[in-house]
Design a binder for this molecule. Structure first.
Ligand SMILES: [Zn+2]
Length: 321
């Protein structure tokens, strides 16, 4: 075994909390890091925040002393307002940190409309982090490393004493041993920055990585993950190029077909945990019946909606309208 994808305590210092991305278990995580001080790495989404608060309370860790956001995408940042509201109801507060580059993006979260047709809460009062800055947790330190590509404001946090690195979304989405998607996402994907990020991360002697989507990866899998990330990103980019050449960038069925043929992922079974996602299932291609019978339907729907987002990242990067 080279990964832990079950929520709970994963090392002496780290607890994985599943915030149930879009109501689905096993695809969206935040991490509680505990030393003398307690720090949450990312907040999860707005819908996921009640679950994060509940879990932190069960762990006697609410509110944490600090929340560090790896980047300003909605599913990492939009939990902050609820976490702050719940803390203030108890006359408590906590410090929120993010890259200095994330601050204007947090202050105006409307760019997230590229992902979803809804409104997003703007987030202010953020303490800016820049390359090399250390967040001291009294007995453990987290070093800020700029890792752009997936998003221009993305940072990783390196715990040198445990040789563990929190990578957020910077190198991609890996929800199973052989289910790895690239970090290509709108609206700020930058291929050159991503390659530079991989080279930079290769200089860091980490033994384990924590991914927001999803889990704690160690051993040989962690050692190979940067090369694997580059391979899947190149493969995925090629899929979008082929779709573009065929005039089928907007044909999701075509994209899924190419993806399954070329990437050959082993899609894990995912469980729907909330009514919301079950409700949504009924409306996406009338898949309600299939969802009941077909255990992989949830993963397939998520793959389709994820590819729909990713192709927007490709189009923006290529200047395609
Ligand atoms: Zn992201």
């Amino acid at each position: 075994m080279t990964s832990i994808r079950e929520p709970g305590k994963i090392t002496d210092n780290i607890t994985l909390i599943d915030f149930k991305y879009e109501g689905v278990a096993g695809v969206g995580g935040v991490y509680l890091v505990e030393a003398g001080k307690k720090c949450l790495i990312d907040s999860g989404s707005k819908d996921g925040a009640p679950h994060v608060v509940k879990t932190l309370k069960e762990l006697n860790a609410f509110p944490p002393d600090y929340v560090i956001l790896t980047h300003s995408h909605w599913d990492h940042s939009q939990g902050v307002p609820l976490l702050r509201k719940k803390a203030s109801q108890e006359q408590k507060s906590f410090e929120v940190f993010a890259s200095e580059k994330a601050i204007p993006l947090l202050e105006d979260q409307s760019y997230n409309e590229v992902f979803k047709n809804k409104t997003f809460d703007n987030i202010t009062d953020i303490f800016p982090l820049k390359e090399g800055d250390i967040v001291d947790l009294d007995g453990l330190t987290l070093k800020t490393i700029d890792v752009p590509g997936h998003s221009k404001d993305h940072i990783a946090l390196y715990d040198e004493s445990n040789k563990n690195i929190f990578l957020g979304d910077s190198i991609g989405i890996k929800i199973g041993d052989n289910a790895f998607l690239s970090p290509i996402m709108p609206p700020f994907w930058n291929t050159d920055d991503f390659y530079a990020t991989l080279e930079k991360l290769k200089q860091i002697p980490f033994d384990s990585v924590c991914l927001d989507h999803f889990g704690y990866i160690f051993g040989d899998e962690a050692k190979a993950i940067l090369d694997e990330s580059r391979t899947v990103t190149d493969q995925e980019w090629r899929i979008y190029e082929v779709a573009e050449q065929n005039g089928k960038l907007d044909d999701l069925d075509f994209l899924v077909e190419l993806f399954m043929r070329d990437m050959r992922p082993i899609i894990p079974e995912l469980k729907v945990e909330k009514f919301m996602m079950r409700f949504m299932l009924g409306f996406i291609n009338s898949l309600r019946k299939i969802a009941r019978k077909e255990p992989f339907a949830v993963a397939n729907i998520l793959l389709k909606t994820t590819l729909e987002m990713k192709v927007k990242g490709y189009k923006i990067a290529k200047g395609i309208q």
